[in-house]
Structures are given as structure tokens and as C-alpha cells.
Design a protein around this ligand. Sequence first.
Ligand code: 5GP
Ligand code: ZN
Length: 136
Amino acid sequence: MGDCIFCKIAKGSIPSKTIYEDSHFRVFMDVNPATDGHCLIIPKEHFDNIYDLDAETAGKLFSLATCIARAMRDALGCGGINVVQNNGEIAGQTVKHFHLHLIPRYENDGQYLLWKPHESDPDKLEELRKKIKKSI
Ligand code: 5GP
Ligand code: ZN
């Protein structure tokens, strides 16, 4: 993964504003933040996206996310935090190295990170439920 920017950040060959680092993960400030304090958690090993991530890494990463989220809440005094993770271009993924966004939210921060819900058709909902369940 020689040309992956987050592999370079993970290794420290490209500098980053690092909050936390251990042998498996790095947590650093997003260079183009959605809000003040927006940070990213990456595994040091390269995984393109959620489909590739192994269960052990995923578990450790989310455990770390809970710790970072509490630190952000206490340090920043934000009203809430959005945890966002994009997979695939259509979903907004621009860097193809798995990363979790932690985005602090403040009153009138000008961001809109919620989806627009629409009414569901019960038959379609059931059909989709069965399809996904079968695929697990
Ligand atoms: P995505 O759109 O893939 O979910 O998110 C990629 C994020 O990485 C974006 O929020 C973008 O601002 C951030 N980003 C891209 N390149 C760099 C970089 O070189 N350094 C840092 N700190 N963040 C980056
Ligand atoms: Zn990478």
C-alpha cells in the first residue's frame, strides 16, 4: 500500500496532529475538520474498508473510540459526537484506508450529518430483512 496516505500517517512518514498512538492504532486531527476537534481513528495495518476489517481489530478500534469520545466530550465541552464511517465512493469514502470519524457537535455548528428518512413499505422492509438475514 505504498501510495496510501493513511498508511504513511500510520507509520509517521507523513506528519499528523496525533492525539493517541499505540502499536495498532493512531488517532489524529482531521486536516479539514467538519467541526472543531474532528478526529480520525485508523488501524496501522491497511484495510480498505469495513468489509476487510477483522473482528479483533474492529473490537479494539471501537473500544478505543469509546475512550477517545469520552476524552473529547470532557475536553471540548461539545454537546454530542457523531461517529461516522464511510465505505465506498458512493458513501463518501475518499481515503481508502479504514477510518472512523469522531465529529464533535456544537449548537449552531452549521453541520448537517443526518439522513432524510422516508416512509417504509412493510412488504419491502420484510423482504430486505430476509435478504440481509440470509446473507449473514
Ligand atoms: P472520508 O471522506 O474518506 O470518510 O474521510 C477522509 C478524511 O480524511 C476527510 O475528512 C479528510 O479531511 C481527511 N484527510 C484526508 N487527507 C488527510 C491528511 O493528509 N491528513 C489528515 N489529518 N486528514 C486527512
Ligand atoms: Zn493504507
